[in-house]
Write a protein that binds this ligand. Sequence first.
Ligand code: FAD
Length: 446
Amino acid sequence: MLHLEQLSLNIPETSKPRVVIIGGGFAGVNLTKYLPDDQFQVVMLSKQHYHGFWPLLYQVATAGLEPESIAEPIRKLFDDRKDFHFRYVRVTNINPATKTVTTLIGDVQYDYLVIGTGTKSNYFGNEQIKQNSFGLKNLTDAVNLRSQLLQSFEQANITKDPELRQSLLNVVIAGAGPTGVELAGSLAEMRQHVLPRDYPGLDFRLMNIYLVDGLDRVLPPMSPESSKNTHQYLEELGVNIKLNKLVSSYDGETVTFKDGEQIKTQTLVWAAGVAGATIDGLPPETVERGRYLVNHFNQIQGFEDIFAIGDIAVMKSEKWPKGHPQVAQPALQQGRLLGKNLVRQLRGQAWEAFNYFDKGSLAIVGRARAVADLPGNKSLKGFFAWVAWLFVHIYYLIGFRSKLIVMTNWLYRLFTYQRGTRIIIQPYVHAEDKAGQEYIRQHVSE
Ligand SMILES: Cc1cc2nc3c(=O)[nH]c(=O)nc-3n(C[C@H](O)[C@H](O)[C@H](O)COP(=O)(O)OP(=O)(O)OC[C@H]3O[C@@H](n4cnc5c(N)ncnc54)[C@H](O)[C@@H]3O)c2cc1C
């Protein structure tokens, strides 16, 4: 049994500059790669002990990939470094006066502090939706959603109640950004090619996949042309798209929209918005709409030794008046540049200002159905966009083992439409659902 008061961060003393990085996402991990081990001590504090490749998270949720194939333990990523210290812990406070960050098990001092905490789901203050819906932000979310979907099919297969069956077969996805679109497309392909074979007694024409958004088009961050093509692909796959539609409540059984329409479902997936994961302690004027305001060196407004990088940072420029898009590339590029700038600092050289290199964006709806917005206002769709998507994502996956597993799975699925991981490892019930917990205890666990 661990007692909090007996724990400490246990970071060794050092004569080198200590860089404390909060978060092991794209930004924090890439920064670490550019800080030479013999010149800096790096302390990484993260509330997840793995580094995940989130663009493929929906594949875990829909049983296309194993969780392990899209994530690496942070310790393994840097096991060749001597002065890298990872602690699996949440940071609760920053104290710039004492140059200290506070965690649940103690404090650590920094010479440079880098905040790379990314975002969390935004429920716009609606606690009921937060309690009852499924998020898709990390591996736990994805495995929970996978369990929920598979359990729903199992239950739909055995219930005598047609209303309950319908609500088990309805899936509502709130948010038609890339996550919502990719999840909806993947579920639609599963409905078409996989589920009827698994459950021959169930009529999957009854399964409805609703994709809902408050805006007037799907994939709003991408070009209107890509939105239009995506809309068409989703319709071809039988996804029920509802635009200009806001969810107002969800009690675990019924989604109610602002216009009064209701849909009975056991599964609402919340992909409708994110908010920056800020940490207490910095002055309120450093935060704008949930992100830290930074200059072109990623220094947080008013500080020379505290930086924010990636999704949590908002760096305004003429070209990006609202800051960069909250996607992987700005996080990777800011991490790399900050690493190089900290090395320049040691050498007494001038710092380089950040200049975002936009490589374009891609989204996938299904096999041979993808869209791409390329630099120079060009777009791509269909088979070629899908192949581009496939290669870009494999290329960026970290670690040889992951690449091999992902590539093999994809090739296998390409020819068979199979989903290899349709396994309920951890039966899922909402914390509140006492009857569900009792059912699992009596009928499944024992
Ligand atoms: C489902 C999904 C799909 C996506 N698809 C794409 C895509 O196709 N293409 C694309 O470019 N981008 C995509 N993104 C966005 C992309 O993943 C983010 O832009 C990127 O992860 C940002 O990197 P980051 O390092 O800023 O934050 P993150 O990768 O979110 O990392 C944040 C880190 O901070 C840690 N943390 C947070 N708070 C604390 C705290 N208080 N204490 C300690 N640690 C903390 C977290 O545990 C995590 O390790 C997707 C995101 C999701 C969730």
